[in-house]
Design a protein around this ligand. Structure first.
Ligand SMILES: Cc1cc2nc3c(=O)[nH]c(=O)nc-3n(C[C@H](O)[C@H](O)[C@H](O)COP(=O)(O)OP(=O)(O)OC[C@H]3O[C@@H](n4cnc5c(N)ncnc54)[C@H](O)[C@@H]3O)c2cc1C
Length: 822
């Protein structure tokens, strides 16, 4: 029975994630909050979870959320009086090959930068910690070559954890209504949300949080949202008591660490003197793509032993004690997944004040951090840490049901595969392609996928196999990427950047509106452009836009391809209500070819009558031109590779013609295609920051040393007050470009810690690559301001090894931009 009919926030879903969100809202001082649950708290996936709390995660954001959870769960019993059965057993991840050790060392960089304690240990130490384990060394059971040990994590009782969070929330004033299902949601005239429950009662809320686990798609549909979260079957085996384990414990042995044999894709932990064994199997099917059937309720699926057998056999070889225990039970339940395996935490798109906390596959581990940051976001208007990696708007309209099913099944079976930085998973591809996809394939494209789009990572020359050997080190494509980079620097190359996000902003209010959104001055003259950053209220960088004035009251706004929904939603929700600004997403209406290199002017000149010399068409200007047969081509004299050149944004129907025309005109100049990896190398040589990795809400434009793109005196804009405060207080970090010395085969790739001469961690690299034209290994990132001056000697940890690094002046290649201005 509903007591309240109006609250500030209504959370829908009483699993661990919903209850944690409620708890954290009260911690932020919002007490007029409630939660509704269709049956009973924990009735969803929470009740049957194995309760593991792995701190290991390759993501900088998710790692921070998990760390917060583990810290919270330790203090929760003291705060609430409710025990949560947190067994801090430690967590041991075995490695049986060099690539796995590379993965662990790569992870250590992230762990260092977020302060997660860990140890990389030897096989001997593994045996000391886990005496019941065989170190192996034969064909069936490969030798352990090392392991990653987290002393601080372990396992917890998920229901007890939920009850502790419930207690904390309720004692601070939150209400919880069980047996109350949300069956309808509508917007009230005043802009609030009215939720109709199964019992006919209604409750109105300023904000809605959807935390409905396996029901995410159904709940989303109540609001017209296609939420890309579909569960996959996940099972674990519960074993009877183990005589060997009993004997070990009777001898005084401590509870064994949670064990993960990543190369055999399973976890193993103690449970009542027996074991729980959980594999991530191949062939586990997605379930409930069309919604959870009424009959499912608290039920489980029947166990599928065939899928489990290879993992049981591998585990038994590694831990022979398993052989002497009977199987007591198989738990096979739905586990929510998203196409990249990372949850959806943050604003829903297109609807105001609706928040998602859905798609959790490690929800027991993530619940604390997810509730913490979502509450921060709701109450403060933005999160306290960079949440781009979990923002629900990182996915777009391309997440059809079949796409999500395929990707989620792939992600599930890949949980324990080595997470190579250049990995490109094959399922559900190709989905979105540029019109010239086949032409690029014919030129040897080796494809990757981002935001559903196929993008050519590199081009295999004739006779070279068109495949990647994924690695943490320089790999098979290294020299070919180098050739592409040199082509761009020495002659002329084309990059297909059709996936760019493109918006058209028009109307009498366009200029003033954009000007308030970004820190730079929006161009006032037709044909001018400005690199502009939309900031958060805290002054962090939320988006990067290239804003070009095409005509009076007409702006062309370009941002990262992966930011289509993220930026589009922000722009849409920020529009003035008076109708003075028109906003149109024209991403799919225009293609984009980057034509760049010293010969680019000679090539383009053959296709257009528009004068291209420096006086008629200077750097950082734009014109609407004809190119070959194509009309209405926006030619922007700007690019991300630091060369003379143009971005040609053309009506998409001209893609084939323009492509052929460019290659015909470019043939005498040696024109060729250039892929994403060469672009990465070229942009690092110019210290160009990439949105999403180098520029994020964690850093202000001053920290990013983008001061020249901030016009603090131009008038009010979002984030200005924070920038003024930072200016007065002093900028704590500064952007650095580093030359890394003594690199043999492992270049920095981002997320490596930086150290000063005394060995203190003083910053982090956010990107890195080999600069093929400079022939230097390069990293860019952030260091404490006093250590960011050129010439400073630092060191960087790459795959467990400290390498000396020198801070370089910005833009080590062509620092005066002579080529861009040529
Ligand atoms: C076998 C198995 C083992 C697992 N082991 C682990 C583990 O060791 N560690 C780990 O971190 N994670 C583990 N997980 C994953 C974990 O269980 C989930 O990530 C987590 O429980 C998700 O919590 P939740 O609150 O998002 O969803 P749920 O617990 O599913 O809660 C969602 C709730 O929303 C309610 N609801 C739905 N629709 C409505 C509506 N319209 N109105 C009102 N209420 C509604 C549901 O009844 C449900 O109670 C495991 C999962 C499985 C299947």
């Amino acid at each position: 029975m509903l007591v309240k009919t109006h609250v500030r926030v209504l959370v829908i879903g009483g699993g661990v994630v919903g209850v944690s969100t409620l708890y954290h809202l009260t911690k932020k001082g919002w007490r007029d909050v409630a939660l509704i649950e269709r049956t009973e708290l924990t009735a969803g996936s929470t009740w049957h979870a194995a309760g593991l709390l792995p701190l290991f995660n390759m993501s900088y954001t998710v790692g921070q959320l998990h760390k917060y959870s583990v810290d919270l769960y330790k203090r929760l019993p003291g705060e609430t009086g409710q025990d949560v059965s947190f067994h801090v057993t430690g967590n041991l991840r075995l490695a049986t090959c060099r690539e796995r050790m590379d993965e662990y060392y790569k992870y250590c960089g992230t762990a260092n930068t977020i302060g997660v304690p860990f140890e990389v240990i030897t096989p001997q130490r593994v045996k000391e910690l886990w005496p019941l384990l065989e170190l192996g060394g034969n064909a069936d059971t490969p030798a352990i070559v090392g392991a990653l040990y987290h002393p601080d994590d372990g396992h917890i009782a998920p229901a007890d954890l939920t009850m502790a969070l419930r207690k904390g929330a309720r004692s601070a004033g939150a209400e919880i209504y069980e047996h109350t299902e949300a069956v309808g949601i509508e917007r009230t005239a005043s802009g609030e949300w009215r939720v109709r429950t199964g019992k006919g009662a209604e409750i109105t809320a300023e904000h809605l949080v959807l935390a409905t686990g396996n029901y995410a798609r159904q709940t989303g549909q109540l609001l017209g949202l296609n939420v890309p979260a579909i569960p996959v079957e996940h099972q674990y085996i519960v074993y009877d008591a183990s005589p060997e384990l009993k004997a070990y414990r009777q001898r005084g042995g401590r509870e064994l660490a949670v064990l993960r044999e990543s190369d055999k894709s399973y976890y193993l932990r103690e449970e009542r003197m027996g074991w729980i064994l959980g594999p991530y199997e191949r062939g586990a099917p997605a379930r409930f793509a069309d919604g959870v059937p009424e009959w499912f309720g608290r039920s489980l699926f029947p166990g599928d032993l065939d899928r489990l057998v290879p993992h049981v056999e591998a585990a038994t070889r590694r831990v022979p004690a398993l052989e002497h225990c009977g199987i007591k039970d198989i738990v096979n339940g739905p586990i929510s997944y998203t196409p990249d395996g990372t949850p959806l935490i943050g604003p829903a798109w297109g609807v105001p004040n609706v928040w998602l906390n859905e798609g959790h596959s490690f929800g027991i581990t993530a619940a604390g951090g997810a509730g913490w940051q979502l509450a921060e976001w709701i109450v403060e208007g933005e999160p306290g840490i960079d949440m781009l990696a979990v923002d629900p708007r990182r996915f777009g309209p391309y997440t059809s049901k079949r796409y999500v099913v395929k990707k989620n099944e792939e992600t599930y079976r890949s949980v324990f595969t080595v997470h190579f930085p250049d990995e490109e998973r094959p399922d559900a591809r190709p989905a979105k392609t540029s019109p010239v996809y086949d032409k690029l394939s014919a030129r040897g494209a080796v494809w990757g996928q981002r935001y559903g789009w196929e993008r050519a990572n590199w081009f295999a020359p004739p006779g070279v196999a068109r495949r990647d050997t994924w690695s943490f080190r320089r790999s098979n494509y290294f020299e070919h990427v180098g050739s592409e980079a040199r082509l761009m620097r020495e002659r002329v190359g084309v990059i297909d950047l059709t996936p760019f996000t493109k918006h058209e902003v028009t109307g009498p209010g366009a200029e003033a509106w954009l000007d308030r959104l970004v820190a730079n001055k929006v161009p006032a003259k037709v044909g001018r452009m400005a690199l502009s950053h939309a900031l958060t209220v805290r002054g962090g960088i939320r988006s990067e836009f290239t804003i070009t004035k095409i005509a009076e009251q007409h702006y062309y706004v370009v941002s990262a391809g992966a930011a289509e929904r993220y930026d589009g939603d922000y722009l849409l929700k920020s529009l003035p209500a008076d109708g003075s600004v028109g906003l149109r997403n024209i991403t799919n209406a225009r293609g984009c070819f980057v034509l760049a290199g010293p010969r680019s002017r000679d090539v383009l000149a053959q296709l257009t009558d528009t004068p291209l010399d420096n006086t008629a068409f200077p750097w950082l200007t734009a014109q609407v031109i004809e190119a070959g047969l194509a009309v209405d081509v926006y030619a922007l004299r700007v690019n991300f590779v630091g060369a003379l050149g143009w971005e040609l944004h053309f009506p998409v129907e001209y893609a084939h013609h323009l492509f052929d025309a460019l290659f015909e005109a470019g043939a005498p100049h040696g024109i060729g295609m250039v892929g994403m990896r060469a672009m990465e190398s070229l942009r690092l040589e110019k210290s160009y920051r990439m949105w999403g990795s180098d520029i994020t809400p964690d850093y202000t434009p001053f920290e990013a040393s983008l001061d020249r793109f901030v016009r603090i005196k131009k008038g009010p804009f979002i984030g200005r007050a924070a920038l003024e405060r930072q200016q007065a207080a002093g900028v704590p970090n500064r952007f650095v470009t580093l030359e890394v010395h003594e690199v043999t085969d492992a270049d920095p790739l981002g997320n490596e810690p930086l150290f000063d001469k005394g060995g203190r961690m003083i910053g982090r690299a956010t990107s890195g690559y080999y600069g093929h034209c400079l022939q230097k290994s390069l990293a860019i990132g952030y260091a404490r301001t006093e250590l960011a001056t050129p010439g400073t000697e630092l060191s960087i940890e790459i795959l467990g090894e400290r390498k000396p690094a020198t801070v370089l002046p910005e833009s080590p290649y062509d620092p005066d931009n002579l080529q861009l201005r040529a």
